[in-house]
Ligand binder design. Sequence first.
Ligand code: ADP
Ligand code: ASP
Ligand code: MG
Length: 407
Amino acid sequence: MALIVQKYGGTSVGTIERIHLVADRVAHTQREGNQVVVVLSAMSGETDRLVKLAHEVTTVPDEREMDMLLSTGERITIALLSMELRGRGINARSFTGRQVGIITDSAHTKARIARVTADRIKEALKQGVIPVVAGFQGINEQSDVTTLGRGGSDLSAVALAAALKADRCVIFTDVDGVYTADPNIVPAAKRIGKIAYEEMLEMASLGAKVLQSRSVEFAAKFNVPIEVNSSFKEGKGTLVTKEDRDMEAAAIAGVTGDRNQAKITVVGVPDKPGIAARIFGSVAEAHINVDMIIQNMSQAALTDLSFTVPRADLKKAVPIIQAVAKDIEAKSVSVTEAIAKVSLIGVGMRSHSGVAAKMFDVLSREGINIMMISTSEIKISCVIDEKYLELAMRSLHSAFDLDQAQA
Ligand code: ADP
Ligand code: ASP
Ligand code: MG
């Protein structure tokens, strides 16, 4: 008897008809002699709707209250699926993050999991009950509700699979696996059969939202293989696992796009030691992740410092930066939201040279200006004008020979 954690994303539980289909699959998995633990997201669009409501109330909503609000979405789906299963005579029970002991730190809206007790899940399984767990949520040491960052139900599933030493962790979604690029943007994208944690982590961090990046980080740390598959049809998916020899050694594994960043520029910064530490120290204190940083050439002992932050944190970041800018006597602060980041990812880059040069060439041929660049051993990212993102992704996908062979 295998223990299988199945996570269903927002689209997969987006309507009552879809919840029926999820119940069919859960029932079938149990009938085949397995123990099943189900982790659910909120109905598609629900979390966005709640975020929007909060912003209609106030510009920068209190983060503890935000988590109280956002965690409601998943309570709806777990209760509905459990009712549906029980209606069919299948013994299922819904549980919140608190009830299953998902204990996190207190970084509201992007809390990190500290430990998972899973006692009630183990107890339920022993009694033959199917636990249906609310994804995306936990509690901190004070028992306040926390959430795990957007897309965080993936992390809930992986963390439970690790805590329960599950045999499989399957992420059911609206695509049948991880592709060389978002198939909804690049129609020629190919499904990847098997991908290493390291590549998947870069792809997820750089915009492939099919898996939340922290779920991949967690899976790699605890060596939990993740299967990504379609909740709508049967077929092969993608296995995310340790790097092995039969993984393709192509230079590029995939292309990603990310619209979730915004650029802040502090203009006329005194060019002296300690200034960058001041600026980024105050941003870090507010739990805002800075991604790319660029410092322009200094003229007359003044410099411009640009950096990107998640768009969702922009309203919180700007007043903080304005205060520091005033303190350090910088000239002004400007903000651009209409940027996007296009990236190429591949462990093969370690042994292939010229990838960056070719990327810049492809973008320049399309007349796309590069605002910022960042590289690591296995990725290259460029910040460009948001309106060219899809064009950039398709051109790069094709230039790096990732397009599906025409049938
Ligand atoms: P869920 O609600 O099931 O968690 P998400 O919307 O979070 O689903 O993730 C699935 C979506 O991820 C797909 O519909 C697809 O548009 C997008 N996506 C982005 N990059 C990729 C990629 N490289 N491979 C597959 N899907 C991708
Ligand atoms: N409902 C949450 C979100 O939309 C978590 C998830 O779907 O994984 O971000
Ligand atoms: Mg998701």
